[in-house]
Every structure is written in structure tokens, then in C-alpha cells.
Ligand binder design. Sequence first.
Ligand code: T5A
Length: 209
Amino acid sequence: MHISGKFIVIEGLEGAGKSSAVAILTQSIQAAGHIVINTREPGGTAMAEAIRDVVKHDWHDEKVTVEAELLLMYAARAQLVQNVILPNLEKGHWVLGDRHDMSSQAYQGGGRQIDQSMIENLRAITLKDFRPDFTLYMDVEPKEGLKRAKGRGELDRIEQEDVSFFERTRERYLLLAQQDKNCVVINTMQSIKAVHNDVELAINQFLES
Ligand code: T5A
């Protein structure tokens, strides 16, 4: 398999501003002459979107186990990577992912405190050695991110977790970002304009590299 496109991922807690960053990145990459395929996780294929509905749904008195949540995230990822991401990268298109594997490492590993080795095993089965070429991690303080997310509408099952869950998730994100030489951290605790400037700067540096 020959991969000639690039896989760019945007990560962060709820309310970090991923949606508007995706729009900026899409424009910049297109302006550089590439075809951009946008994906989101969980989701991005018919089956993976059905899984997204299941994981975001509140099942009332049926507890969603941390194991079921983890397995569903990887089931959706397997569908997306094999059916959409890899075929497009092979065609030379660029794929821009709104979340990818770092979300599982941070939310299920950090937030849900699932053992790292269990996640590593699933990652090896699902992704083998496939990794993003570039990741932008949008960093936000959980309280501020949740306030922004609330302002946008109803909170889903995961968004209803208490703030300590998001603090553990953020802490893991920051650690992962620090360990990943292909990851840039964007501080989103500043004006939207300043955040957008930082996003543009980061993608332009990657495009010129
Ligand atoms: N999940 C996902 C896992 O647990 N494991 C996994 O492996 C994966 C893949 C997915 C959920 O699943 C979990 C994580 C999530 O809980 P989602 O809808 O994809 O759900 O993700 P969300 O984070 O919920 O998406 P959001 O839409 O909430 O986040 P965004 O896209 O970062 O937020 P955005 O851009 O819509 O911004 C929210 C609001 O804040 C404002 C925006 O205008 C908007 O109104 N805003 C700012 N306001 C002030 N200052 C700034 N700098 C601002 N930036 C944005």
C-alpha cells in the first residue's frame, strides 16, 4: 500500500473550538492545492455514525461500562480507517480528522482510567503502525470548555461527566502532546481571533516543512 496523502488530526476537550479550527485548516490545506476529506470520530461511515449515536446516547438505568465504551470507539475507528481514511490517503488526498486515537488515549485512558496496556492492545489491532502526520491539540480548561459547550445546547452522555473526569482527560492530553513530536498545542484560553492566528501559523509551518 502506498500512502501519498497526509493525515492531519485535531484534538481537544469539548468546547475547545475544534469546529472552527477544522474550517481554517480545511481552507489552508485546500489553498496549498490538496483535496481535503473531512472525518470525525467516532463516526464518518454509516456504521461508525450509528456507533456514535450509541456512545453519545444516555441509556438511563443501563450503565454504559467503560469497556463497552472503549470497544465501541475502536470499532468505529476500524470502520473509518479502513473504509475512508486509508483509501483516500492512497489516492493522495489529505484527510483532516476531527478527533482520532489520541481521544481514546485521553478520554478512556486518562478520564476513565483504563489501563494503558489494554488500550495499546486495541490500538495495535485496529491501527497497527498507522499514525497521524500532524496533530493540533486545542487546549482548554475543562470548566471553560464545558461552559462553552453548554452555551451551544444540550450536553450528551459523556459531556455530563463531572469536571474531574475532564481534568484527568486534559492532563493525559497534555502528556501525550508533549511526547509526540508531530503534535502542536494551541492555547484556546485567548480570544477566538488569537486562536485562529495560532492555528493558521501551525498549519502553514507544517505545509512548508
Ligand atoms: N470520545 C471520542 C471518546 O471518549 N473517545 C474517543 O476515542 C473519541 C473519538 C465526541 C465525544 O466522544 C468522546 C469525546 C466527546 O465527548 P464530539 O461532538 O465529536 O463528541 O466532540 P465535542 O468535543 O463534544 O465537540 P464540540 O463541538 O463540543 O467541541 P468543539 O468542536 O471543540 O467546540 P466548538 O468549536 O463547537 O466550540 C464550542 C463553542 O465555544 C465557542 C464556539 O464559538 C462555540 O460556540 N468558542 C469560543 N468562545 C470563546 N473563546 C474561544 N477561544 C472559543 N473557541 C470556541
